[in-house]
Design a protein around this ligand. Structure first.
Ligand SMILES: Nc1nc2c(ncn2[C@@H]2O[C@H](COP(=O)(O)OP(=O)(O)OP(=O)(O)O)[C@@H](O)[C@H]2O)c(=O)[nH]1
Ligand SMILES: [Mg+2]
Length: 585
């Protein structure tokens, strides 16, 4: 279905033309008919020669109703610019076309109406020249008279050609239906209407109302006034919602596929139009059928951060426009560059942000998003309109490959460093690493652990170390204090039992290489033999067992097996008279 919004100056014949084409009355209100002027949006549709359908969103031309006009054109992909032959280009012709240009509407027709009242040539030429420099460019032009019917067959043909040129909608994409009308039907409850630009709606579907967060269910569906079980984009639809009071869904709200959008009140944008620095601090942002206040914080030459009066379901690349409600002036078009922007806390953050934004164009860019963010949830990117085609590193988390590699490096440095400083601890707690690396969740730390590092009971263990259970680590820390005071005094059986080192625990500690077993329960630290050799080298050579025992400040129970170990390791040599010398090389 081709959905076209009208545009053009007041009284130039938009509604009359829609009526002539469709046989339907776009001016819905009695007041509109009495005053002969459109105030709010009107809707009408008809068949085209090809068999396709065109639906019109008819907008008011009067300057007072420009906000209504913007709500009409915002969600619609094509426009029909109407200029009266007898008046030519007028202020709201210019304002409406500027709005279409700001929104980037690239598909449309130029229709010169009231051709029975004046030669359409001059109006046609003037309007063509004005359109040429806008997003509508060289739109096909037709001259018509809604009164005589001249030109209407040509216009129908032109609408068919326009329909054929429009890009195919993303029928499998998520639904974001900007509500342009809501009303109550007796016996059915709340009904909202809108232009379904992408996706598909079915009776029974669950949807979200943007901002409200609660799920709503599609109770009934109409397409062009007729009930249907399903409607694919593009289409004009009326959706009957179950369990929603009418005042909860209004123009400017949106019905959304669940989980596919995130409402945001903070966006970074590029502005086309006035220099950002000259803008008033508060403007109105028009996007879809919504109009919200926006506080403007200039960042770069043509980029700014907008704080919105209420959160909207926006995507990267969305087009919008800013208008000054005071002066009723259109300020310029807006392209969403980032709908999940980082806070600007630090000094210099705004300038750095301006540099980043200077390189963005509103086209979704997964690689760039990852490079800028380092780590991000896949769901957050999808909800920002950035398709994710990459596997997460863990859970829902995506990582920039280079950032991830640097994190892994920092992790192994931290683990090695910790092992050196706390040789008796069985690795470094995951939580300590999480804080050290500044990561949001522990699962990311765990995902960074690769051989030769390993995970054991909430800790990351250095290469080669046999992971120890927590109680053993605690016991070893106590014994470690003993050794710090007397490195060659082995704790006796009572002391070992008191700190909780039974046969099993000692076995584990010895296997992990954090205790050295001289014999039975005679235990020292693994570094003790080398340390002993250094002490013994300070004695007159050769030396006796007794001299060694005294120098090492220990007992025979330790000295005898320790010296035998030194002999075996070649650190000392035993002479025939049982004296020893330290082997120096
Ligand atoms: N003679 C002649 N009169 C026309 C033609 N089209 C519209 N009119 C008249 O022009 C006047 C305005 O027409 P509308 O269709 O209400 O104009 P509009 O653009 O919808 O106006 P707004 O909605 O207020 O912006 C009406 O009196 C119409 O009868 C035409 O082709 N020929
Ligand atoms: Mg009208």
């Amino acid at each position: 279905m081709l959905v076209v919004a009208t545009a053009g100056h007041v009284d130039h014949g938009k509604s009359t033309l829609v009526r002539a084409l469709t046989g339907m009355e776009p001016d819905r209100w009695a007041e509109e008919r009495i005053r002969g002027m459109t105030i709010d949006l009107g809707f009408a549709w008809t068949a085209l020669p090809s068999g396709g359908t065109v639906a019109f969103v008819d907008v008011p031309g009067h300057q007072r109703f420009v906000p209504n006009m913007l709500a009409g054109v915002g969600p619609v992909p094509a426009a029909m610019v109407v200029v009266a032959a007898d008046e030519g280009w007028m202020p709201q012709s210019a304002e409406h076309v500027a709005a279409l240009d700001a929104l980037g509407v690239g598909y449309g027709l130029l229709v010169v109406t009231r051709a029975d009242l004046a030669d359409p040539g001059p109006a046609l030429a003037g309007a063509r020249a004005r359109l040429a420099t806008t997003s509508l460019g060289a739109a096909e032009a037709v001259a018509v008279s809604a009164v005589t019917g001249v030109g209407l067959p040509e216009l129908r043909g032109a609408l068919d050609r326009l329909a054929a040129r429009l890009p195919a909608p993303a029928v499998d994409g998520p639904v974001r239906l900007w509500v342009d009308r809501s009303f109550t039907v007796r016996g059915s409850g709340t009904v909202v209407t809108g232009t379904l630009g992408a996706g598909r709606l079915r009776v029974g579907d669950e949807l979200e109302v943007a901002g409200a967060g609660e799920p709503v269910r599609v109770r009934g569906l109409h397409r062009l006034g007729a009930p249907c079980g399903e409607a694919g984009s593009v289409a004009r639809v009326a959706v009957n919602l179950r369990g929603v009071p009418r005042d909860r869904v209004r123009r400017g709200d949106a019905l959304l596929s669940p989980g596919r959008f995130r409402a945001t009140d903070l966006v970074d944008v590029r502005l086309a139009g006035d220099p950002v620095a000259d803008l008033p601090a508060t403007l109105t942002l028009h996007v879809g059928s919504a109009a919200v206040s926006a506080r403007v914080r200039p960042l770069g030459v043509d980029t700014a951060r907008l704080r919105l009066g209420r959160p909207l379901p926006l995507l990267v690349g969305d087009r919008a426009l800013l208008r000054d409600p005071g002066s009723r002036r259109l300020v310029g078009g807006v392209t969403m560059l980032d709908v999940l922007p980082p806070p600007l806390g630090r000094r210099g953050a705004a300038a750095a942000r301006a540099d980043v934004l200077a390189g963005l164009d509103g086209r979704p860019d997964l690689t760039g998003e990852l490079r800028r963010r380092g780590l991000v949830r896949a769901g957050d990117l999808v909800r920002a309109g950035v398709p994710v085609t990459l596997a997460p590193v863990v859970g829902d988390w995506l990582a920039d490959p280079e950032h991830w590699r640097r994190l892994a490096e920092r992790l192994s440095v931290a683990v090695a460093d910790h092992a050196r400083r706390h040789p008796l601890e069985p690795g470094i707690p995951v939580e300590v690493l999480r804080q050290h690396l500044g990561l949001p969740v522990r699962a990311l730390v765990e995902a960074l652990v690769r051989p030769p590092l390993s995970l054991s009971v909430g800790r990351v263990v250095a290469a080669g170390a046999d992971p120890l259970p927590e109680p053993v680590a605690r016991a070893l820390a106590l014994v470690g204090d003993d050794f710090a005071a007397h490195p060659f005094r082995a704790p006796d059986v009572d002391r070992l039992a008191a700190v909780g080192l039974g046969t099993r625990e000692i076995g584990a500690a010895v296997r992990a290489g954090v205790l050295l077993r001289l014999t039975g329960n005679v235990l020292l630290l693994p570094g003790a033999p080398r340390q002993a050799a250094r002490v013994l080298a300070g004695l007159p050579q050769p030396f006796t067992l007794s001299a060694a025992r005294q120098a090492l400040d220990t007992t025979r129970r330790v000295a005898v097996p320790l010296l035998e170990l030194l002999d075996r390791r070649g650190l000392t040599r035993r002479l025939p008279d049982d004296a020893r010398t330290v082997v120096t090389d």
